[in-house]
Design a protein around this ligand. Sequence first.
Ligand code: PMT
Length: 398
Amino acid sequence: MLRAKRIILGVSGGIAAYKAVELLRLLTKAGADVHVIMTRAAQEFVTPLTFQTLSSNPVHTELFNLIAEREIGHISLAERADLFLIAPATANVIGKIAGGIADDMLTTTVMATKAPVLIAPAMNVNMYTNQIYRDNEHKLRRLGYLFVPPEKGALACGWEGEGKLAAPEAIFEAAVTVLACKNLVGQTILVTAGPTREEIDPVRFISNHSSGKMGYALAQAAARRGARVILVSGPVSLAAPGAVELVRVEGAREMREAVMARVKECSVIIKAAAVADYRPVERNQVKLKKQAGEMTLQLVRNPDILAELGALKEKPFLVGFAAETGNLREFAAKKLQEKNLDMIVANDVSQADAGFNVETNRALLLFKDGRDAECELMTKGELADVILDQIAAGLAGK
Ligand code: PMT
């Protein structure tokens, strides 16, 4: 996700400095090349060796380091960065940046960079609400500096309130969003995800193994690229990605209503949900009692939402999924054509590492114009990016 991205992580002196270690781990795990700069105060809380070991890069602590400065270290570091992240950022460091003071490696390098700067403040609540701090943040925001706001909670100083460093996951997500290619700005993308639940009685239902992971990964990746995202989700246990409009549904008919009510707003619809093809003829109002012998459950067809979308006169760019256990290409090609889709993502759900309720997937993409593309095993987040690249290209050529 962050492969080939060079990130400078500036760490300033606050008790939250230990959380920068976790942030560094998330960034390197996503493939980023991270270079850490620590202020003198930060080194009172965490040692440079910790960051050096985890980043596999030397940690910068001194402005006038004879070896590094042979190449004017702070300038070359600043020039080569894709993103400058400061977490935690103290009131002091933010004040210095806003005031144009560059008296250590961190503040000098920030001033020399042309990369986007993302600041995650952490401080006492009274400092955070102090008008001097507020003016500094306001000034930096006006100049294009980006902020990940702190959380409310119990602060290390014993106070309660705003000023707690945002969670490493939230800072990571903000960094990924800043770095994402913004090729879906202006698009409204509706994604369906998860299973549907077709109730038999108040305690039983028919459903399937969909966890929502594939659909949620698509929604998150589309939001990072600047799209407005509507996520129509069946019952899953995932937290919705920030910045998406979540619509929760249960049954296929409810999902159909949610999708059809919004279709006019959408330029793209991606149907990753595993919609039940059938539902019980009727839902019993009370719990069905056990009977002697066999029991037969009568089912009726659910509406085919994707086929209905494909039949619209003015349809959005339409992406379907095909969950198959054999004849992948043949069955997916049939669905692509019969449902009048622009693209279909076919996955073989009989494989242990692909399809339902796993972190990875493997897919065959088929396009309306006859092209195809094989996607080898990758995470669902990576596959979401491949699918969105194809959608962006399709929209550009439409
Ligand atoms: O949620 P995960 O655990 O991450 O798993 C991901 C997944 C396996 C669910 C996903 O990758 C996937 O394959 N989704 C589609 C599942 C499915 O219902 O496939 P299908 O071949 O039965 O349906 C074809 C297409 O028609 C799908 O886009 C489906 O959303 C749509 N459909 C199906 C039936 C119906 N009544 N209405 C529909 O719109």
